[in-house]
Ligand binder design. Sequence first.
Ligand code: ADP
Ligand code: MG
Length: 612
Amino acid sequence: MPIRRLPESLVNQIAAGEVVERPAAALKELVENSLDAGATRIEVELERGGKELLVISDNGCGIPKEEIPVALERHATSKITEQADLHRISTLGFRGEALPSIASISKFRLRSRTAEDEHAWEVRIEGGAMGEFEPISAPEGTRIEVASLFFNTPVRRKFLKTDATELSHCLDLLTKLALVRPNVGFFVRHNGQSVLEAPATNEASERVVALLGKKARGELFPLLWEGEAAGDEVRWEGLVGSPNLLGGTTRSIYLFVEGRPIRDRSLAHAVQNAYREVIVERKYPTVILNLRINPEAVDVNIHPTKTEVRFRAASALYGSLYKAISTVLEDAPWAPQRSMRPVEYDTETGEEIAARQHRIEETQGGYQYNRRSSSTFERYMSGGGPRPVPVSYEQAGGAALAQEWPQAGAEPEARPGFFTNLDIVGQFHNEFLLCQSEGALYLIDQHAAHERIAYERLRGAALGSGGKGAQMLLVPEPVELGASEAAALLEAKDDLERIGFELEDYGTGTVLVRAVPGPLAHRPVKALLEDAAAEMIEYGRSRAGDQAIEDLCARMACHGAIRGPTALSEDQARSLLRQMDEIDFAAHCPHGRPVVKEFTRAEIEHLFKRTL
Ligand code: ADP
Ligand code: MG
């Protein structure tokens, strides 16, 4: 084949392949353009997750009529003019590719009006060909309509996911952009219904509540840190969450460079590291932090979607972020109860034990100091003290444990089985149950066993091998989540209903819960749903049908089971063994970790050289 220059429309389509892989990517480019144009109000309308329609309207500076054709040309931009500018980019866009790329793969309509214009001008583009300009009455600003995205690239279209998945990607992106710009109003509708409403505000924390839900109210504290990193002046600004505001994945760590959302493993690690003392493993803090830095110290032009950036002094930045967060955490600003807390003394030295040394040792979930003394839950279990008020996930988990493992007397006649017949020797560090039979010693991981039981019951209910089904709530509970979390849950609504949840879309990021699976009935619904949604967004749904149900049961069981050391009474330990006999027990938890280890008498004797 002779070498030929590709037609412009094909070049644009190829470029679109790089930048625009799904509706959320087109949306990102267009909303970034609105922000670059100085908009203070951005309205987004989506249909079918953005696959059918994306409309972005802003009140920005508009594009003069004579510049519209240029804006639609490849590599046309008003944002940089020379090579040197590439090293000091202060706008979100600069490549001049978005408009022509998106226009080449959709039915595209652009309407714009500047302050000088008497009316707006509108032009349509289909398959890369521009139509006539038409005058139209419209307010100052720009409105871009992208219909039938990928209509002429069927392969790309085929790879699009369900409406709900595409919607949750769109909302995820909008959430990020909106988090660092409280003074810009964001209003999003999907299929005619409002899904996100974030009016402009001067209160950064108000914005976070609008986006991430009411759980964030009162749990965010301002951070402002100015210093130096490898010779560059840096400034970290934003909000850091209390150890009560946790996520199940790193998604709750929102990092930005000059307002640009970025993904950076090293910086995310610095955040986790700074929180290490106050948060237990496998949970992540919520932070929204924007880095202000000399633009020459960052290269944002390493990837077409611009979500990854390269820093000139990455390790110095790591240090600066770590320091910035540690400084705020040192004051533990979320702990008004500090003054009310009894002072504790080291029994040996008599020294006062500083608040920060109290790591959360006992449990997973919220934060608590003074956990060295017995917990409310333990006191409750031992018969003294009041019934615990579930203030945090693990305490509520503890209360659930008490209900699920009934005290003696309430116990139904145990079906004799392998575990039921074991003698209980004791508990090792309140984490492992030590049991024996005539011929062996058994170590049982309480958490893994509990998780396995919950998993089998959920799975049984869903896949029809018996078990407890849904338990209706007396009063349906509205659970406020972020917009993308709600969308992710609603996408998995059918599966969630099979395992016993009953959910309803309540609009604007809220899900109404009418029923919960019996085996999870005593767990805090909100925490369960939040964790499940975060994982769904993070890991997606890779499988279908019964396998998807099994994945979901595993996730739910994991979040529903008690973590961390828990003292068990003998009755509770018996109850656990009985339940282990009741399920179709395999010696592994759903994540494949072992539940029980057996050490035969012969092995133990061999260890001590009693036998040869
Ligand atoms: P880039 O953002 O990289 O400059 P785009 O293709 O996204 O390239 O946009 C091309 C140009 O069109 C921009 O540089 C800007 O001048 C203009 N433009 C695009 N969208 C808007 C908008 N919403 N308001 C004002 N001007 C816009
Ligand atoms: Mg752009």
